[in-house]
Design a protein around this ligand. Structure first.
Ligand code: PRT
Ligand code: ZN
Length: 285
């Protein structure tokens, strides 16, 4: 396998989750201190720590082979790279917000207005799609203060909990883009590097699939097993083992996080006991 270089954020909101994901994939490295490069000792990989905005350019130019960054930044930088995998962390949205006292009547309200943003390309796409003409005031930080200092009528900024908007007297009125961290790759990777990337993606998928599921063990009266199968219809047959106590069986199964609690409630209501719920570390399907 040929060594692959991955660029991740040096510090900021995506750094911890990117480092954690690589560690959960079994990569052994030290990301301590002010280092710009770390070598993985047990996988052909080198890690470059960069500002997120620079990652698409580095991957396009082949300085890094792959990278992890927010899709919002990827789209905004418009570089020739491809998304290999959506990673499920760093979730946020790009939204239009206006001062709380303003009555927002829909996207046409923005006609002729001034909108402050660090995302001029995504905002332009949105305005063009709705045939709205507005002036875009591009600023690189503290976008949320623009209306209160008279710089703009509205903002277009990243929102996660909404508390930044709230403390600045703004309200979110239109979501224009949903973002999460993505793994990108350059367009001219050699076959040997693509092979290494496939190995990494295999591990990432195993880690991320496992995060969405729980392993459940429970005891159930044997005559209820047909009912269990109707409660867990979507999956392959659960494992059922007889217990030493006559009339009872032990059932092992994997349940998706999404319907986890409702499934547990239903299993309890038909007499399940001794329910054990175990996190899954990796899952290969
Ligand atoms: O130094 P570097 O350039 O690498 O980092 P950065 O300062 O440009 O980015 P950083 O670390 O702030 O964010 C990196 C990525 O995290 C972003 O590109 C998004 O993809 C993602 N992300 C997820 C967020 C947020 N959540 C987020 N809440 N990025 C920014 N914010 C900011 C937002 O700009 C606003 O100021 O947080 C504030 C809003 O948060 P709430 O919770 O108050 O709504
Ligand atoms: Zn940045």
């Amino acid at each position: 396998m040929e060594k692959i270089k991955i660029a991740i954020q040096k510090s900021g909101r995506l750094n911890d989750d990117s480092v954690d994901l690589l560690k959960q994939c079994g990569m052994s490295f030290s990301a301590m201190g002010n280092k710009l490069i770390a070598t993985v000792s047990n996988f052909p990989m080198e890690i470059l720590f960069l500002r997120d905005d620079d990652i698409p350019q580095y991957v396009q130019d082949g300085v890094a082979d792959i990278g992890i960054l927010g899709e919002n930044v990827l789209i905004e930088t418009e570089k020739q790279v491809e998304i290999s995998e959506r990673l499920g962390f760093g979730k946020c949205r790009l939204s239009i917000a206006v001062p709380r006292g303003i009555e927002f009547t829909g996207v046409k309200f923005l006609e002729g207005k001034k909108i402050a943003t660090s995302y001029p390309k995504l905002l332009t796409q949105y305005l063009t799609k709705h045939s709205v003409k507005a002036t875009i005031e591009e600023i690189s930080g503290s976008v949320e203060i623009a209306p209160s200092i008279g710089l703009a009528d509205a903002v277009c900024d990243i929102v996660s909990s909404g508390s930044t908007l709230l403390t600045n007297g703004l309200k979110e009125v239109e979501k224009i883009f949903d973002s999460e961290a993505v793994l990108i790759k350059g367009q001219n990777l050699s076959a040997a590097k693509l092979e290494t990337l496939e190995k990494l993606l295999f591990r990432i998928r195993a880690v991320n699939t496992a995060k969405k599921c729980k392993y459940v063990l429970l005891n159930i009266p044997t005559n209820k097993i047909d009912e269990v199968k109707t409660i867990l219809p979507g999956m392959k047959s659960p494992t059922i083992l007889p217990l030493a106590m006559p009339g009872w069986s032990s059932l092992h199964s994997v349940i998706s996080e999404d319907d986890f609690w409702s499934v547990i409630d239903q299993l309890k209501s038909i007499g399940a006991q001794g329910i054990l719920i175990v996190p899954i570390e990796k899952m290969v399907i």
